[in-house]
Design a protein around this ligand. Structure first.
Ligand SMILES: Cc1ncc(C[n+]2csc(CCOP(=O)(O)OP(=O)(O)O)c2C)c(N)n1
Length: 470
């Protein structure tokens, strides 16, 4: 294992710890009165490796990420390690003024790119952000290279209808530079999700012009599949029902063994492969889904050299690495005090050092710091831009009749901006959902034009057919 891999693994364990601990602290240690606090340790653990792969290996400063709302603690933990989040904010997680349970651009201090919360919201937003980026590039206003607009998506988030509207919109506008990374843990809030959704997702994304990359087997699994009995194990995994996989993951190594031994009766190769692993190793092998293999995911993502939209379906276990793993009721489950104590001691963290950046890590602090300081995503620091105000020389006067509908007034205000304040008009894009005529935007559009990435003919004008709309 290279030193960088060792450091990345140490950071992955650290963010799993910090995200779990900040929720534990908010619920069990901080003064909270009798008010419910809550939090999502299992949802965070599910995406921990995905966020680690991205933030410590893949992202560049120009990229923007919509983080799955319930994985917010992992995001805050990463920002804390990178020096962009304070200890106080983590200690106040879910409290007034503290780090937010769902990443917030207005309330969080750690450079959130997209506010998320209601599921599905951040996902669609990344597609529109990418189209906005194309608009900026098309006008020569984009400073620096194009970024990738990335959504980290819970599989049950894909129940939200707006996502499919965004997919279609993307297909219409030749969407580019957009990645959606699905945390395919096959659990939602209320339980285990329907079988075979990965195939439905694949078909939908492919139909909309996306590349789909399924990341299912981690490195350990891939190695096991090459051994005698490995193909049978792979077939068993592929055929296993989501509910059973979750239940066995929750129960652990002995339960995996009992079930596999029963199912492989008469298949000596497969039985020998199972027998080759003790209970701990067997549980590790069976939960070694690719969505927990940060190195594998980073390698796959870093190999992408085109700008077509990509959907990654990353197989994961909800609650991976925690005693909550796989339980169908774990969405809002919070580890008990004794469970968090065991996790702390397994991680080699001494009592009292829970918030220490590098406690429990057997790599010199200076090396850890050097690694974090050389992080490419963080290289340019805070990544928000400000827009300078556009001066308007003359006050413009919309030609509004004394008695007008709001639709007319709206159209006339925009028409006046187009006529009297062209510099401002250049910076306004109307994105009317097929109602520009009925909202009186005709004069505005005739003056400012439509945006497309490539030249579009005006067929009716070319055919000399009179039309009020250019
Ligand atoms: C618009 C909206 N509908 C419903 C909810 C309630 N809700 C919270 S989490 C969740 C599903 C979580 O499942 P998933 O997205 O797969 O995340 P994970 O299992 O990784 O936590 C739902 C339906 C919500 N937050 N927003």
């Amino acid at each position: 294992m290279t030193r960088k891999t060792e450091i990345r693994r140490a950071l992955e364990a650290k963010t799993l710890w910090l995200s779990s601990w900040m929720i534990h602290n908010a619920n069990n240690i901080r003064e909270k009165g009798r008010i419910k606090v809550g939090g999502h340790q299992a949802s965070s653990a599910s995406m921990n490796a995905i966020l680690n792969a991205l933030y410590f290996d893949v992202l560049r400063p120009e990229d923007r990420v919509a983080v799955k709302p319930h994985a917010s603690p992992v995001f805050h933990a990463i920002q804390y390690l990178l020096g962009n989040q304070s200890l106080q904010q983590l200690q106040d997680f879910r409290g007034f003024g503290g780090a937010q349970p769902y990443p917030s651009r207005t309330k969080d201090c750690d450079d959130v790119d997209f506010s998320t919360g209601s599921v599905g919201m951040g996902v669609a937003m990344t597609a529109f952000a990418s189209m906005t980026q194309d608009y900026l590039a098309g006008h020569g206003w984009l400073k620096g290279p194009k970024g990738r607009m990335i959504a980290l998506v819970g599989d049950a988030e894909l129940d939200e209808g707006n996502i499919y509207e965004a997919l279609l919109e993307g297909a219409k506008h030749d969407l580019r530079n957009c990645w959606w990374v699905i945390d395919y843990n096959r659990q939602s809030l209320d339980g285990v999700v329907t079988q075979g959704l990965n195939a439905r997702f694949r078909d939908i994304f492919v139909a909309c012009g996306w590349d789909v990359i399924e990341l299912k087997y981690g490195t350990l699994m891939q190695a096991a599949f090459k051994k005698p009995g490995g193909l049978q194990l792979r077939a068993w995994i592929d055929g296993c029902d989501n509910g059973l996989y979750s239940a066995l993951t929750f129960k652990g190594g002995a339960a995996w063994r009992a079930r596999l031994e029963a199912d492989f009766v008469g298949d000596n190769e497969a039985l020998a492969l199972v027998a080759d692993h003790d209970d701990i190793a067997l549980a590790q092998l069976m939960s070694n889904l690719a969505g927990h293999d940060a190195a594998l995911m980073a390698k796959t993502m870093n190999a992408i050299s085109h700008d077509r939209p990509v959907c990654f379906i990353c197989y994961t276990v909800k609650g991976h690495g925690l005693p909550l793993a796989g339980h169908k009721d774990n969405h809002a489950g919070i580890m008990t005090s004794s469970q968090i104590e065991s996790l702390r001691s397994d991680m080699g963290i001494s009592a009292g050092d829970e918030w220490e950046h590098f406690a429990g890590i057997n790599i010199p602090k200076s090396e850890m710091r050097d690694f974090l300081e050389s992080n490419q995503f963080n290289a340019r620091g805070y990544r928000r831009f400000t827009a300078p105000a556009i001066p308007i020389s003359e006050p413009f006067t919309p030609r509004i009749k004394s008695n007008a509908s709001t639709q007319e007034a709206f159209g006339q205000i925009l028409a006046a901006i187009a006529a009297d304040a062209p510099e401002l008009a250049e910076r306004i894009v109307t994105t009317s959902p097929d109602v520009s005529v009925s909202t009186n935007l005709g004069p505005w559009i005739n003056k400012t034009g439509l945006f497309a990435k490539t030249d579009q003919p005006d067929v009716f004008r070319d055919e000399a057919i009179p039309s009020t709309q250019k």
